[in-house]
Design a protein around this ligand. Sequence first.
Ligand SMILES: [Mn+2]
Length: 287
Amino acid sequence: MSTYIVGDLHGNHEGLVDLLSAVDFRPRRDRLWCVGDIVNRGPGSADCIQTIMGLGSSARCVMGNHELLLLACAWGFAEEVPDSLAAVLDHVESTSMLDWVRRLPFLIHDRRRHVVVVHAGLPPHWRLSHARRQAKRLRHILKSPQGPDFLREAFERSHDAPELLHKEVTPHKNARRRGRAANSPYYAIHALTMLRRCGPMGEIAINRDEYDGARSDDGFEAWFDYPRPGRQEKNTHYVFGHWAALNGVERRYLHGLDTGCVRGGPLTAYEVEADRLHHLSCEDMTE
Ligand SMILES: [Mn+2]
């Protein structure tokens, strides 16, 4: 039995099918997990959802920011609806697909396999137990009747006034206010689905996504370059996507799997039990 964690698919259904075939994936024996952003950009968003949904309990997927965008499109408050997501909304099975997307978890922690999966990252000042609670709360909110209002508010904060989001999601220096800000679900949804670089207390750096592997001079480091407690579980593999500009990150216990498979990069999957990567060449689908 093998568990394959696959990087951001972005509607590259061909890549998904080819990868499953290349590793001789069998749903009764193997498991497929996804780091999120299975939709948008590429032409096969609906097919990606259906294939993964169709695997039932053999597949798991965490929520990515593009799944949130799909929900925003469905709920009528996205600034614009990309063609690749309109195809999901127009699909005859859209209701069941959207219902599935809405219920995706924001974090997977498999204690037996010693694996944690999130779409973007974990703020360095969060313990894993806190991240799990936040993820659970977000999932609960999104699938509740308040889900659309909550997501609309989260989108408004990040789209209409990014500088305001920056302030609101940034933990305050004052300890009590800091605690409150760090517990904000708007902070949590941004961190789990959008985080790239941040300050030591999880201050999110908006629009500062460049990274050359060296320490930065502005105090905003890649979330995974901070020591514990952000990744305090020993002997546990942390797996994420979202940051295609890195072209993948491969360190001991750290696996960044977004290698831009919809823009001509490979599709990358991490095979948990064997502790190894698979790369599948893909054609550029954005042209
Ligand atoms: Mn993403």
